[in-house]
Design a protein around this ligand. Structure first.
Ligand SMILES: Cc1cc2nc3c(=O)[nH]c(=O)nc-3n(C[C@H](O)[C@H](O)[C@H](O)COP(=O)(O)OP(=O)(O)OC[C@H]3O[C@@H](n4cnc5c(N)ncnc54)[C@H](O)[C@@H]3O)c2cc1C
Length: 482
């Protein structure tokens, strides 16, 4: 990493000088801070960067790394009385071709702008970066501020009977997680808390036992001998209540867990080291015909492709382009969920317990996450904010304690609420939109609408959308087409 304060040097002819004494700081070859003479230092992101109100006359500047022959040009432009600094060469390459310098040149223009830094947006960005593209992620609040920033982290398969393309895609996603996460951990040095812990689901009536045969056969056929499903007559009685599991339980060895916050931190570290991430910037509209997105601040970002992956708040951005597919009715809404984290001594060999929408997910460090993703009518409740925990709605917690009674004495150490997307396109149920928006080749929707996002966000064909035009990979399930 190269850091250090740099002085401006004389400019080539034809360029106005920024105030004498202005300084800039590099990190990893990218401009990270800019300080006008006598002004306050501002943080600058690599492509689209900070506001710099103290500069009043600058059009373009040039800075030179002390003792080296590397230079970066900083084009400035004035919008609404403010000067913005761009760490991009834009039109300057030609003008400055006579100058004596070696450029630190980001690819230009931006190939892919990703809206929203949840699990889908961050993975889309990682894919595109790894394919050598110039990526900018724009996040309204901060990384993980949406549904991805909780602590459940359950990675659970659909039932393996009645196999279809969606189940195949999900299986491939889940099965590849070890490798994918190990690679991310190696890239960043951040451990993600992944563990193939398995899952118990109680069989609460005779009929459930009867369908287990089909499920076990489905797992044998489709889970490629790597993972199994079995029926247990006496499943871990110190963990899953035998009052609930009256007919035993199903156990699958495919389910896993990850620590969502660590996982996001690793993705963030990867992206920040190779691309740009702007937090605290809200996209208010997307204009695929003009290859641009508009920020609330008035800034305009141009990009070859636009990936809309801002969770349940994606619907207003996509409505102008997808509303006609739904008779101009809203294409989706948010579903609020809640979770608590409890402290419980365990040796980290316990499986997830899942029943009827309630999750109990053991994590490392003597923590167990308990949650549910379906609070009804939350916008009309006394706690209508998406991220405010509703203490009057603890039904999910009570249900979890009935499932796993040993947790009754486990103290709650954290509460969390979040809103996940739920698509409402007529005729296609709640299936997610994952792919190009019809009629707009450069606009891509990555909008969940399911509870399995963490297990599939990394799959290659999702990355394909973020990183190239054209038809999606062959494994793209029909159900997910926008
Ligand atoms: C309680 C609960 C528990 C869950 N548990 C699990 C689980 O165990 N396993 C699982 O797989 N799934 C689970 N889910 C579902 C899963 O969390 C979500 O489907 C998934 O996180 C959605 O990810 P995302 O990237 O699409 O959106 P989000 O994580 O919501 O990210 C969207 C991001 O976009 C930003 N944003 C919004 N608007 C704008 C804008 N205009 N401009 C820029 N940025 C914007 C937001 O601030 C946010 O950071 C759970 C959901 C809930 C609510």
């Amino acid at each position: 990493m190269r850091t250090g304060w740099l002085q401006f040097v004389p400019l080539p002819d034809g360029f106005q000088k920024i105030q004498a004494g202005a300084k800039a700081q590099f990190c990893n070859g990218a401009l990270r801070h800019f300080r006008p003479a006598g002004g306050k230092s501002i943080a600058i992101d690599k492509n689209m960067c900070g506001l710099c109100p103290a500069i009043d006359a600058g059009i373009v500047g040039i800075i030179k790394l002390d003792g080296a022959r590397e230079c970066v040009f900083i084009p400035l432009y004035i919008v609404s009385g403010f000067a913005f600094v761009l760490n991009r060469l834009c039109l300057l390459d030609e003008c400055l071709s006579q100058a004596h310098y070696t450029m630190i040149k980001p690819k230009n223009p931006i190939d892919c702008v990703v809206i929203g830094a949840g699990i889908l947006g961050l993975w889309a960005a990682r894919h595109a970066i790894r394919r050598g593209e110039q990526v900018l992620v724009i996040e309204k609040r901060q990384v993980g501020a949406g549904a991805s920033g909780g602590f459940l982290g359950a990675l659970m398969p659909h039932m393996p009977d009645s196999w279809n393309a969606k189940k195949q895609m999900q299986f491939e996603g889940l099965a590849s997680l070890e490798d994918v996460i190990a690679e991310l951990e190696a890239d960043t040095g951040i451990e993600c808390g992944f563990h193939r812990c398995g899952r118990l689901m109680p069989l609460v009536h005779e009929g459930m036992r009867n369908i287990m045969g089909q499920r076990i056969a489905g797992a044998n056929e489709h889970w490629q001998d790597k993972f199994q499903m079995e029926m247990l007559d006496q499943p871990l009685q110190d963990w899953l209540s035998s009052n609930i599991a009256q007919y035993g339980a199903s156990f699958d060895s495919l389910s896993a867990r990850v620590d969502p916050r660590k996982y996001l931190a690793a993705l963030r570290a990867f992206i920040e080291s190779r691309a740009s991430l702007l937090e605290g910037k809200e996209v208010v509209s997307v204009e695929p015909d003009a290859n641009r997105v508009i920020l609330k601040s008035g800034e305009i970002i141009h990009a070859d492709r636009i990936v809309v992956s801002n969770g349940w708040e994606a619907y207003p951005l996509l409505q102008p382009f997808m509303g006609s597919m739904n008779n101009d009715k809203s294409i989706g809404r948010g579903v609020k969920g809640q979770a608590v984290l409890v402290e419980y001594n365990h040796d980290d060999t316990l499986p997830i317990v899942y029943h009827d929408g309630t999750y109990v997910v053991p994590h490392a460090g003597n923590r167990v996450a308990i949650g549910s993703t379906s609070l009804r009518d939350w916008q009309e409740s006394a706690y209508p904010e998406p991220d405010t925990f509703d203490p009057t709605d603890m039904e999910f917690y009570e249900k979890a304690l009935q499932l796993v009674p040993v947790l009754r004495s486990a103290p709650i150490v954290e509460r969390w609420a979040g809103v996940r997307p739920r698509n409402t396109l007529e005729g296609r149920g709640t299936e997610p939109f994952l792919g190009p928006v019809p009629g707009r080749e450069n606009l891509f929707a990555l909008v969940g609408g399911f509870k399995i996002t963490f297990g599939v966000a990394h799959v290659d064909w999702i990355g394909d959308f973020a990183s190239r035009y054209g038809s999606p990979a062959t494994s793209y399930p029909e159900q997910f087409k926008s």
